[in-house]
Write a protein that binds this ligand. Structure first.
Ligand code: MOS
Length: 739
């Protein structure tokens, strides 16, 4: 189905099932431990052996030799594959680092061997006996040191934010010089690790030259293609299956070493092999969100109209890696005639930087939205009002291009009302509650909405059961449920009559899970397949499909009503289609909008920051399932608390690795850190996005949160921290005197 004109009235608009707050249909499997994750797929292949990955102990250099003699003699060892056994393998989609093969070391904990044994413990014990002879070389590990000489770099996040090295509109420098009120500040964000609950894991089995991978991955079709490319085998010989994914956040968008090494190990051991990356390998063997140094300059008239806006960001990566696109939203977010956005990329020999939830916008808004708070204060204006005054309904770079639907102002005004923002004291450091200094902060959120081709197959049996098959993944987001809701709405059956099967590369290729594009596109693909199924049903029943009404398990036409299953009486029906997009998203800018409001308490003596209340108001088109959408947003808000207050990979600048590579030392928020969260969705539809009229929320919920917290900390204490995470050491010696 081609979607190239705005959606009109369609069966989804009935909202009998879609749009209802619905429990996850896979929830019972997850809460009873019967949803099998990759490493637990014991039943899929007999005689599985265990592979243990050995990571490089240097950050840069060469391997002169690997001595596996004593490891091979260790109990239970079946095979050892080292990186010297194969030339450097090709790279899969979007990988900057090479995953395996050859003697060159690009980064610390690059995979250099996999030891295969009968048990995990035997494989791990034997790995300690592998002797590696390194020839280390000096590397570059310090972003701040490399930033001054970093060249301009174009690049995109792979998730919708893309940018030339330097983009200009009007005359920024001239307008900034003339502006009566200006701000020029620099902000830094930290390297972050995805810290998803389920580590990367794969079971691999060969049947002749056919490879099956039971893995944990967000993008099944990409994974299949990339594995074929890396191993140099035809794509049709690769099957990938990933029905449950315990979190990805961008860390599982692409093939990682667990899949490559499981495949190589299974070949060497001549039996199925399972490989999981240990927690330390997730920080240093996989990818991370790169740290940034961002300079924001704002110039405004005395009545708070922005006339000049500049946002420049420097990040680092491996030589073939891309920049963090932290300036991207600044092209679209606020009005202003004179604009400059620019990115620079420093060469670093740290592990690969790549997409992490809302790549670009998440760290970009952490800077821009503090700058907006600082500027509002300089202008003597409420920060909510400052943002409203500088709203735009068109792409400021191309004013002939409107937003398809933009209600940022609605998010701001409703949020301010619900949060009782008027109670905020504009002078910081004024509110005490016992030993807490209390402050309110807010920020605006922005994330683009991406349209991606997505396919699905629908089957109908004589019992009237509708089965949906697509390679779409559910990474903890609720894909199973919204897909079932879509099929139920389209086919006029209760939710219980829909079976959803996901994550198998033998199913039609979907949009996959990334860039908050999964929900709208994957359900639109199911919509397309259901339209075909409705036609097939009508044809079988001899009904004109335009007159057919699908409701309450029946197909109705005139005064005839037939149980849906009767269409499959002579044999099951199957229909397959995909949603494919025209250029609607080129003519109009599709984005999602939010406001975030936060109350914090800061301990007057210790400067410990505690979040007390959070509110997000989101404008993201039709909300397909308010319950799972809310879960997405509160999860993202929680991640925003992490980014603002605690998360940061510590770089060993001498040896070149992330030191705090486990969950004991890389802190993420826990329940005790998050006392109260509210989420409100504006009631809206966007007919430009798809027949579902929905957009994404999974990343929007993160965008702006960090700055709202930073602004609340400032409001509480009068201390402005521009260097994330805002740990108490950055506040302590600047705290106001405790009265
Ligand atoms: Mo993307 S960082 O996988 O949502």
């Amino acid at each position: 189905m081609k979607f190239d004109t705005p959606a009109g009235q369609n069966p989804i608009d009935q909202l009998k099932v879609v749009g209802k707050p619905t429990d996850r249909i896979d929830g019972k499997y997850k809460t009873t431990g019967t949803a099998a994750y990759a490493y637990e797929r014991h039943d899929v292949a007999a005689n599985q052996a265990y592979g243990y990955v050995l990571g490089a102990g240097i950050a840069k250099g060469r391997i002169r030799g690997i001595d596996t003699a004593s490891a091979k003699r260790a109990p239970g060892v079946l095979a050892i594959v080292t990186t010297l056994d194969t030339p450097r393998l090709g790279r899969g989609r979007m990988n900057a680092a090479y995953l395996f093969g050859g003697d060159a070391i690009q980064h610390y904990h690059q995979a250099i061997a996999v030891v295969v044994a009968e048990t995990f413990e035997q494989a791990r014990a034997a790995s300690f006996l592998v002797r590696v002879d390194y020839a280390p070389e000096a590397g570059r590990f310090d972003l701040a040191a490399e930033a001054p000489s970093a060249p301009p770099a174009p690049g995109d996040s792979g998730e919708g934010s893309g940018h030339d090295g330097v983009e200009r509109v009007g005359d920024f420098e001239g307008a900034f010089a003339k502006a009566p009120v200006t701000l020029d500040e620099t902000y830094t964000t930290a390297d972050e690790t995805h810290a998803m609950m389920e580590p990367h894991a794969t079971v691999a089995a060969w049947d002749g030259d056919k490879l099956t991978l039971w893995t944990s991955n967000q993008m099944i079709a990409w994974h299949k293609g990339s594995m074929a490319q890396i191993l140099g085998i035809p794509a049709e010989n690769v099957r990938v299956d990933s029905p449950y994914v315990g979190g990805g956040f961008g860390g599982k968008l692409f093939v990682r070493s667990d899949a490559v090494l499981a495949a190589l190990a299974a070949k060497a051991a001549r039996r199925p092999v399972k490989v999981a990356l240990t927690r330390p390998l997730i920080a240093n063997n996989t990818t991370h969100r790169p740290a940034t140094i961002q300079r924001v300059r704002l110039g405004a008239t005395k009545d708070a109209i922005i006339t000049a806006i500049a946002h420049e960001s420097t990040s680092g990566n491996l030589p073939e890696g891309r920049p963090e696109t932290a300036v991207d939203q600044t092209k679209l977010f606020y009005a202003g005639a004179n604009r400059l956005t620019a990115m620079k990329l420093a060469h670093l020999d740290l592990p690969e930087g790549n997409a992490m939830r809302a790549p670009g916008e998440a760290p970009g808004l952490m800077a821009l939205e503090i700058a907006m708070d600082e500027m509002a204060e300089k202008l003597g204006l409420d920060p909510v009002e400052f943002r409203i005054r500088n709203d735009t309904q068109v792409d400021p770079n191309k004013p002939e291009r409107p937003f398809s639907h933009r209600n940022l102002v609605g998010c701001l005004t409703l949020g301010a009302e619900k949060f009782e923002w008027a109670r905020r004291k504009s002078m910081p450091g004024q509110v005490r509650d016992g030993h807490w200094l209390v402050g309110l902060g807010m920020a605006a959120g922005f994330r683009n909405n991406l349209l991606m081709k997505s396919g699905a197959r629908v089957r109908l049996d004589r019992a009237g059961t509708v089965t949906v098959e697509t390679d779409m993944t559910d990474i903890g987001t609720g894909s199973y449920t919204i897909i079932a809701q879509t099929a139920a709405e389209m086919m006029g059956v209760p939710l219980e009559r829909v079976v959803v099967r996901l994550g198998d590369s033998d199913f039609p290729a979907s949009a996959g899970s990334g860039g908050q594009w999964g929900a709208n596109n994957a359900t639109a693909g199911v919509y397309a397949a259901c339209v075909k199924m409705r036609e097939a049903v009508a044809q079988r029943l001899g009904i004109n499909s335009a007159d057919a009404v699908f409701a309450e398990g029946e197909v109705r036409s005139g005064n005839r009503a037939v149980p849906l299953g009767e269409a499959a009486a002579q044999g099951p029906l199957s229909a397959e289609d995909s949603i494919e997009y025209g250029d609607l998203s080129k003519k109009q800018q599709q984005s999602t909008f939010a406001s975030h409001f936060v109350e914090v308490g800061v301990d007057v003596d210790t400067a410990e920051v505690r979040v007390r209340r959070m509110l997000a108001v989101c404008a993201a088109g039709r909300i397909l399932n308010p319950k799972s959408a809310r879960s997405q947003v509160i999860g993202a808000m929680t991640m925003g608390v992490g980014a603002a207050l605690m998360e940061g990979l510590s770089v060993d600048k001498k040896r070149g690795f992330f030191v705090n590579h486990d969950l004991a030392t890389y802190e993420v928020p826990v329940h005790a850190d998050i006392p109260h969260q509210d989420v409100v969705f504006l009631d809206e539809v966007d007919a430009m996005s798809s027949p579902m009229k929905a957009k994404g929320v999974g990343e929007l919920g993160l965008c702006g949160v960090g700055a709202a917290i930073a602004n609340a900390v400032y409001n509480a204490t009068g201390v402005r921290v521009r260097d994330y995470p805002i740990t108490l050491d950055k506040l302590l010696d600047r705290m106001p005197d405790a009265a």
